[in-house]
Design a protein around this ligand. Sequence first.
Ligand code: AMP
Ligand code: MG
Length: 483
Amino acid sequence: MPLQSQYASLPHAFYQKVSPATFPMPQLFLFNHKLAESLDLDELQTSQDNLALLFSGQELFPGSHPIAQAYAGHQFGHFVPELGDGRAHLLGEIQNKEGKLVDVGLKGSGRTRFSRNADGRAHLGHTLREYIMSEAMYHLGVPTSRSLAIVSTGESVRRETEFPGAVLTRVADSHIRVGTFEYFAHRGDQENLQRLIDFAIKRHVPNARNQKEKNLYLIDHVANKQISLIAQWMGIGFIHGVMNTDNCFISGQTLDYGPCAMMDHFRSQQVFSSIDHHGRYAYHNQPNIILWNLASFASCVLLATLQDKKTLEANVENYLQSWRSILQQKLHETFCNKLGFIPSDKSYDKPIQAFLQLLEDNKLDFTNSFRSIAQLIHDPNKDHSLKHTQEGTAWIQMWLHELTHGKRSQQEIIAQMNQHNPHMIPRNHWVQRAIDQSIQGDNTTMEALLKALRHPFDPAQEQKPYLSPPTAEETIAATFCGT
Ligand code: AMP
Ligand code: MG
């Protein structure tokens, strides 16, 4: 199964050539057969032991030249000129069954020149969270990097306590981040900055290659992808937790499932990350943050051709204005779809905000409140948690009146709502429970959870245990950064 080395063919300024660490006892812990199939890797007629060697970097695929990629990043708004892969190795690229080139990389695979004082390792709990959450996001229809394998290394990794070490294999459209552009822009390295832009265009927007204003085309492309992504996150109550520019892929895929979690009861200021003390990456702030990240991205790309600082800033300001309105429009469409409204109708903004306010005031579950409300279209007398207050009852009356006086059929509206309101999400208390049990050697919950997450919009018997919000005792208030 030969890999390509397109990124590794760029000049050395882009990476360090470095081999993964040697591990005492690599053992295959999880393998994503469906994903392997889509990469034609099911032809790997090999034993579990060999898979463990390949997906911990002990043996290399033919054509693989492992590298640690260089990048910078704004972490919680503060610029760090050099971050880079401190515990990850890009093995190379592979063509999937659709003919698209994707990156295959390891995480937790050892120290590199970007490791600073850290150990270059990942612990099993961290890799499991990424595996479960990225699979859940994929099946929810949200663009995401994916997890191909987890190999336990036989080492123990020291964090708050000792944990089993593991390597995760990540597959993504590319690992180019906003922070990769910041890396070269900050150094004033115009040549490599333009090289990176050209590489990104070839990979992600090949149609733009011959366009005169191709750099600008890339900016628009990335902005549209990221704006759509954030609207999708908001629609399912996903809180990323560390949307630093180094965790922001230009492919528009979700990356870096550290302290992320899904919201149970709705709280617009919800934060899960134990290190996000000021709520920079709180639920309601995610749209602002993506604009912030995009502004940084646009500045870097513009810098490749434009030296005048004032003109550059004015251009970025213009971009921001237009992105802000596109983002508002996308968010509006997302919530119109969830409530069965016609997405193009601006007048629904008020009822949407009122609905969210009711959820927040009454601490109602985000996922279940949206999913179950459609049932009232057929059966207005059915109970619903919103009906337990006067304001909620009035809102429902207004909403039913609005929906039933249009030209669309009930079936059409219910179908629209059910397509946009998942019934099954990876609730944080279940994710944590699955991880804790797996670390103790029992994969039953994790396997059952992964199975139930495969069809989040279609109710099934096996999902039953996972649908209820946590009780007060089960609630997990903070998710550790988990590095
Ligand atoms: P993250 O918080 O995972 O986005 O990582 C931010 C930066 O810290 C990246 O440059 C990572 O490569 C680096 N990093 C995080 N954890 C480790 C670790 N255990 N060893 C080495 N580098 C790390
Ligand atoms: Mg990261």
